[in-house]
Write a protein that binds this ligand. Structure first.
Ligand code: APR
Length: 256
């Protein structure tokens, strides 16, 4: 029996309210309503750009070519995006003690911009650039991208965005935090991810294996939906999270 989205949202709200440890696992889909295209799907960035240009080997061999794509995808777009309702509600849940942490695959900084403070960035963050020679780091706005590839003002070394390229290792901090969260979540909220990219896509199944109830928000089914999802809230992140926020931030659901 297919139940209505509203009744599924009520069930999800009830679970979230009684959960002792809730993790939100977010992908590119949560930022689509902020104007940032996803990577996959009909309007996906990988339909327009070749993902191989974001492999670390390609970047080191052809930094100018790689930087041309990086600038168009991550810097021409991202600078103008603002958090949407979904990011804001997650920050509100953290402030009310209803969310223990966010594990995000996104590098757009929108969770932090919305006020979330416990954010583990599985793929790093596009706001910092690092020199591959002297390892000095710069804030994105400090470095001009008029000439590509950008060079380190201190040593002329090649600058690289401080996010994880294909073929690079996941930074230790978010990796450890993600496995820790997957080990102790009662409720694990997956928002806007296809579940296609390793090793991030191993975190939700691990949470399920450790006993978490999986709530998923996505307008379409993902690799997770028929496999591990317990409550599928089929819809856009901003809209569904907006409804969840109304319930969670209003009076208690039951006299519990
Ligand atoms: N609300 C919620 N989800 C949405 C919305 C929306 N408004 N619009 C699209 N989606 C969903 C799509 O249905 C899809 O499942 O967001 C997902 C986007 O999938 P991907 O682009 O593959 O994003 P993600 O799963 O985060 O990709 C993982 O791949 O390219 C790498 O490093 C990149 O972090 C990224 C990783």
């Amino acid at each position: 029996m297919i139940r209505s989205l509203d009744s599924a949202i009520l069930d999800a709200a009830s679970l979230l309210r009684s959960s002792r440890f809730t993790t939100a696992f977010t992908g590119a889909g949560i930022s689509v309503e902020s104007g940032i295209p996803p990577f996959r799907g009909e309007k996906g960035l990988w339909n327009k750009y070749d993902p191989r240009t974001l492999e670390i080997g390609f970047f080191l061999n052809q930094p100018e070519e790689s930087w041309k794509v990086i600038k168009q995808i991550f810097y021409d777009f991202f600078g103008k995006a603002a958090p949407n309702q979904a990011h804001v509600v997650l920050a509100g849940m953290e402030q009310r003690g209803m969310l223990s942490c966010i594990i995000t695959q996104n590098i757009d900084n929108l969770h932090q911009a919305a006020g979330s403070t416990v954010v583990h960035e599985f793929h790093g963050n596009s706001m910092k650039l690092v020199c591959l020679v002297c390892m000095h780091t710069y804030v994105y706005g400090e470095i001009s991208l008029d000439t590509l590839p950008p060079r380190c003002p201190k040593c002329e070394g090649l600058l690289k965005p401080d996010f994880v390229f294909f073929g690079e290792a996941i930074p230790q901090e978010p990796l450890a935090a993600a496995y820790d969260a997957a080990g102790k979540s009662d409720v694990f909220l997956i928002i806007g991810s296809t579940g296609e990219v390793m090793p991030a896509n191993q975190i939700p199944p691990l949470a399920k294996q450790n006993g978490a109830t999986i709530i998923e928000i996505n307008p379409q089914e993902s690799h997770y939906t028929r496999w591990i999802t317990d409550i599928f809230l089929q819809g856009k992140a901003g809209e569904v999270m907006g409804k969840l926020g109304e319930i969670l931030f209003s009076t208690p659901l039951h006299n519990d």
